[in-house]
Design a protein around this ligand. Structure first.
Ligand SMILES: O=C([C@H](O)CO)[C@H](O)[C@H](O)COP(=O)(O)O
Length: 208
């Protein structure tokens, strides 16, 4: 069964913990979004792991350089996963993978900005990455003509473990599930709802 990852794109630790408290029963992975980490620093990772020790904590660093160093920072703070940009060089990804081995954690490659996401996903899995995020970021989603269907089609033919992120919601979760993606990432479709717990529960049930 595909896992559900909540992407928390809020800006304070207090708000992030409050949201996670509501949705934790329905999610497998708690993602601390890049804006949240930039706003609050590494302490938000430590606070979230302390509050939810049984959940996988995903630090969305989107690292572009110094992969080993940044991965070590994230893992020491309590993260289970760190994201490294697929657009960066293999040495940055390999550095993070080495740190992940040392701390028994994992690296996820984020394909934001990558032209051929499937090809890059296949390349980086060979470097020891846990899974690859087929990702259209918030700005790309706002561009005219954006459709998550592109990511769903890519997941179907990737042949390696992938997640889908970029507007996953209750209307497309069935297609996301059928694509074979191992993780469905939902941000606004959870934190932007009046009842985030009900939204997360519905997404989780759709993935079952
Ligand atoms: O990673 C994300 C983005 O780059 C800002 O951090 C989002 O969390 C990701 O795109 C999922 O969010 P939704 O598209 O709102 O589901």
């Amino acid at each position: 069964m595909a896992k559900l990852q909540v992407a928390i794109d809020l800006l304070t630790t207090e708000d992030a913990i409050a949201l996670a408290t509501k949705v934790a029963p329905y999610v497998d992975i708690i993602e601390l979004g890049t804006p949240l980490i930039k706003s609050e620093g590494l302490s938000v990772i430590t606070a979230m792991k302390s509050a939810f020790p049984d959940k996988m904590i995903f630090a969305d660093f989107k690292t572009a350089d110094a992969g080993g160093l940044e991965a070590e920072m994230a893992f020491k703070a309590g993260a289970d996963y760190i994201t490294i940009l697929g657009a960066t060089g293999n040495s940055t990804i390999s550095g993070a993978v080495e740190a992940a081995k040392k701390y028994n954690r994992a690296v996820v490659v984020d394909t934001i900005g990558v032209k051929d996401r499937v090809k890059r996903a296949q390349e980086v899995i060979a470097l020891g990455v846990e899974f690859v995020e087929l990702h259209a970021g918030l700005d790309e989603q706002a561009e005219p003509g954006y459709s998550i269907q592109v990511l769903i089609d890519e997941a179907s033919r990737a042949g390696v473990p992938v997640s889908i992120a970029g507007g996953v919601n209750i209307n497309n979760i069935e297609a996301v599930k059928n694509s074979g993606a191992t993780v469905a990432v939902a941000g606004a479709a959870i934190y932007g709802q009046e009842d985030p717990a009900a939204a997360a529960k519905a997404l989780k049930e759709a993935l079952a």
